[in-house]
Design a protein around this ligand. Structure first.
Ligand code: GLN
Length: 469
């Protein structure tokens, strides 16, 4: 089976009878088996995927197939699929079977996408290197000594290694964009409220969004067409109604480059060089590029970690050994809850629950949580202000290229700081896309576009254009 670079190519071959969905599924299953060392898939749904492939093959013959026919997709292990295991890569949910499907899963299946399995991730999506997973780290297919990024490390590595054509990840502070960047593929975080979170295991609910990881921008757009839109199961999902801020059709855009991001002390010189090269090409193509200030850049990571740990401490309170998943045995209620949580949560998850509980505690609420909320409002305002004057904000996706597995483990602050460029869009709720740059290096840097609220589709079109430079 050849390595397809777009769904369009796959569908052309399907309609030209050069390949069938069944052959596609068998091809991917073979590759998954031969690439176990990458550790991207936690589980595959072999017989089911083959059975749906056969059904879709007959639909293709009858010309009644859906828009995603031929798309073999993997889902992150925090997205629920009815009657299938879902664990958020945590011991506390190992063995748990979901009683319902996420809205995104239902919508994918309705359009004839084939779900081939669930993908490894950081425990409860907390991490940037997939090293907090109960299933062990995901390895970067470009060089297996390196991290694939996180928390959707399995989702990005699987697409890069051609183990499935596309995948879904979740992005709370960069978890779709950062691993996509580390694996040299495209990662998209929709506007907050554009894609339903129903059936996504919550980390920090006012930040979480499900997004696609694909080989090309146009595939992200095709997947977004299917998974986005109003959903009565998620009251924050307002869908497409607010497409009012649409950009008018044009081919020349204005970009605001965050000066402090490019000048960040500690930014990898290769990331900087590759990014500056993109700016040069963008200017050559006749677009406007100007440098702008974002004085709050220094505060973003701290505000993000205060607010998301606060939300996580509340969201993860439900894992008490009574309602869900693994439970310790004790006749004493408090002891049951204590032991269940002590034995079944990993170190990073415990750290975040404790940090979140601390920032919400009555003595420290104003000093941390309220302050972080204020920073969040300011960053929203600043981002909107920039986007009033420019069509897009442009910055690198990550300050560094992929690091070696284990390398950043001892230094927590350094690890959290890896998110410095991605958290802005989650704090403000704006859509953001990461796409790899073109250069002659082993690891490519990626650029990130941040667009106005609910202009996701326009932004995907612009990113298609830029990713060709
Ligand atoms: N790396 C970030 C964190 O650990 C992002 C996580 C995410 O987006 N799920 O919080």
């Amino acid at each position: 089976m050849k390595n397809y670079s777009s769904l369009k190519q796959i569908q052309q071959d399907l309609h030209g009878q050069k390949i069938s969905c069944e052959e596609l599924v068998l091809g991917y299953l073979g590759r998954i088996k031969n690439n176990k060392q990458i550790n991207a898939f936690v589980e595959t749904y072999s017989s089911e995927a083959i059975a749906s492939a056969r059904k879709i093959d007959s639909k293709i013959k009858l010309k009644t197939s859906g828009s995603l026919a031929g798309l073999v997709i993997g889902i992150k292990d925090n997205i629920c699929y009815k009657d299938h295991h879902v664990s958020a890569s945590s011991k506390i949910l190992q063995g748990f079977v979901s009683p319902y499907s996420a809205t995104v899963v239902d919508r994918l299946i309705e359009e004839d996408a084939i779900i081939i399995g669930r993908l490894n991730c950081d425990e409860f999506a907390m991490g940037s290197s997939n090293e907090t997973s109960i299933y062990g780290p995901v390895k970067n297919p470009i060089d297996t000594d390196y991290t694939a990024g996180g928390s959707s490390g399995g989702s990005a590595a699987a697409v890069r290694a051609n183990l499935c054509h596309a995948s879904l990840g979740s992005d709370t502070g960069g978890s779709v964009r950062q691993p996509a960047a580390f694996c040299g593929v495209v990662g998209f975080k929709p506007t907050y409220g554009h894609v339903s979170r129903h059936g996504l295991i919550a980390f920090a609910s006012s930040f979480d969004q499900i997004g696609p990881i694909t080989k090309c921008v146009s595939d992200s757009r095709l997947i977004m067409d299917v998974i986005s839109g109003k959903d009565n199961f998620d009251s924050t999902c307002i869908g497409e109604k607010t497409y009012s801020q649409k950009l008018e059709k044009r081919s020349k855009y204005s970009f605001a480059v965050i000066k402090d991001a490019v000048e960040l002390p500690g930014i990898d010189p290769q990331v900087k060089a590759q990014f500056l090269d993109l700016i040069k090409k963008i200017k050559q193509e006749g677009h406007k590029v100007e440098y702008v200030d974002l004085p709050l850049l220094d505060y973003l990571t701290s505000a993000y970690y205060v607010m998301t740990t606060a939300e996580a401490s509340s969201n993860l309170a439900r894992y008490d050994g009574i309602k869900y998943g693994n439970a310790a045995t004790s006749k004493d209620l408090v002891q049951l809850i204590n032991t269940t949580r002590t034995e079944n949560f990993g170190k990073e998850v415990k750290r975040r629950i404790m940090l979140g509980t601390f920032v919400l505690s009555s003595g420290y609420y104003d000093a941390y949580y309220t302050k972080a909320q204020k920073i969040r409002s300011l960053i929203k305002k600043d981002t909107e202000k920039i986007l009033l004057k420019y069509n897009y904000i442009l910055l690198p996706t990550t300050p560094n290229l992929p690091f070696m597995l284990g390398e950043k483990k001892p230094n927590l602050i350094q690890r959290y700081y890896e998110d410095v460029f991605t958290v802005q869009a989650n704090l403000s709720g704006h859509p953001a896309i990461s796409f790899p740059l073109k250069a002659n290096y082993k690891f490519l840097a990626s650029a990130q576009l941040i667009g106005k609220y609910f202009t996701d589709k326009d932004m995907l079109n612009t990113a298609t254009q830029l990713s060709q430079y």
